[in-house]
Design a protein around this ligand. Structure first.
Ligand code: NAD
Ligand code: ZN
Ligand code: ZN
Length: 361
């Protein structure tokens, strides 16, 4: 059997998204059908709609979601109908060379549903990050559905599924921020503010938020930035050096996705410092650096996919930390909207009016 439900589809490069009736199959072997309750609007959805990730249109957007397991397919264990889950775009395969070497957070063969969701006319949809959750129902690999405490509300809980985990993990896992470190976070959107919280959890002594929007800088302070720098008012590298005794930071996190900002983050490091690249570039972007600076400064340049997280380990832990008050997820939810308002939410994101608009279904 299959189900016809309403969903948000990006049909062509740069075009406004539309609401379409889509067909979601019942789960086959290893799959799970999820009734989506809430799904955040992430900048990566906008990158998809712009054609900046791939050109596999039409895309079924939405990937920061929480919901209830409606049904599971043959052979699924450890996941039952009625479970409250956060959806993950990393479901380690257990068989690739990363998994076999005990590093499943790098899994190179992450699992997705084998069956395709389609438009009513049978056109196959490409679900954003293998999820596609701006939809009443979605079909995923069972390993993508991570059970978490049902005490958490779906709106904040779903955010752990992408941007917030990516930011937390950029600081905690990729950047390995240590107690007493100095940290700069470039771009204080949802991802950057989560990186600020991650740095705070790790015990950083100084956390510098950098943005071009004063409202974002105010929110960054509320999340734990000890200092903020408005990059539209001068060179942020100079400002960061001035705040760190002339040296720069131990860990600089780029959460914008822009070559100039990546260069700023590179030069804002102290010697032996780490640059973490979280912002997603588009295919036209290149970065040129003097090789003597790359070599002479030492340290590490590390791209961070999903904060190098392991969803089955990290999602329940982060939700528990949220419930105990150690992690603020509610502050990320700027507004709740309906499926019909996703296009408006993209504009609000671009104008900097929101941290996260969350679709409630
Ligand atoms: N690596 C991953 O796994 C992963 C996961 C989720 C999102 N992302 C990416 O992270 C980036 C941030 O996502 P988001 O949802 O927080 O986006 P967002 O739009 O909410 O935030 C981006 C922030 O960057 C600021 N900004 C823009 N230009 C700037 C500049 N020159 N200097 C400093 N700040 C500047 C904006 O004002 C905004 O506050 C996006 O590129 C997104 O695709 C990556
Ligand atoms: Zn694997
Ligand atoms: Zn995302």
């Amino acid at each position: 059997m299959s189900h016809e439900v309403r969903a948000v589809v990006a049909g062509a490069e740069g075009a406004a998204v539309s609401i379409e009736n889509i067909i979601v199959p019942d789960p086959g072997p290893g799959e799970a059908l999820i009734r989506v309750q809430a799904c955040g609007v992430c900048h990566t959805d906008l990158h998809y709609r712009q054609g900046a990730i791939t050109d596999d249109f039409p895309f079924l957007l939405g990937h920061e979601a929480a919901g209830i397991v409606e049904a599971t397919g043959e052979g699924v264990t450890g996941l039952d109908p009625g479970d409250f889950v956060v959806l993950a775009w990393r479901a380690p395969c257990g068989a690739c060379r990363a998994c076999r070497r005990g590093r499943p957070w790098y899994c190179f063969g992450s699992l997705n549903a084998a069956q395709r969701m389609t438009l009513a006319d049978g056109t196959a949809l490409s679900p954003a990050l293998g999820i596609g959750a701006f939809s009443e129902l979605t079909l995923v690999a069972a390993g993508q559905a991570i059970p978490v405490s049902r005490e958490a509300k779906p709106e904040p809980a779903g955010l752990i599924g992408c941007g917030i985990m990516a930011g937390l993990g950029a600081a905690l896992y990729t950047g390995e921020v240590k107690r007493g470190d100095t940290v700069a976070v470039f771009g204080c959107g949802g991802v950057g503010d989560a990186a600020i919280q991650g740095a705070k959890l790790a015990g950083a002594r100084r956390i510098i938020g950098v943005d071009v929007n004063p409202r974002k800088l105010k929110w960054a302070e509320e999340f734990g930035a000890t200092d903020v720098v408005d990059a539209s008012e001068g060179d942020p590298v100079e400002a960061i050096r001035a705040l760190t005794g002339g040296f720069g930071v131990d860990v600089a996190i780029e959460a914008v996705g822009h070559p100039e900002v990546m260069k700023q983050a590179f030069f804002a490091r102290d010697l032996a410092g780490t640059l973490v690249q979280v912002g997603v570039p588009d295919p036209t972007m290149t970065v040129e650096l003097p090789m003597t600076e790359f070599f002479g400064r030492g340290g590490a340049l590390k791209p961070s996919w999903y904060g190098d997280c392991l969803p089955s380990r990290d999602f329940p832990m982060m939700i528990d930390m949220y419930l105990s008050g150690d992690l603020d997820l509610d502050r990320f939810v700027s507004e709740t909207i309906s499926l019909d308002e996703v296009e408006d939410a993209f504009h609000k994101m671009e104008s900097g009016d929101v941290l996260r608009s969350v679709v409630v279904i």
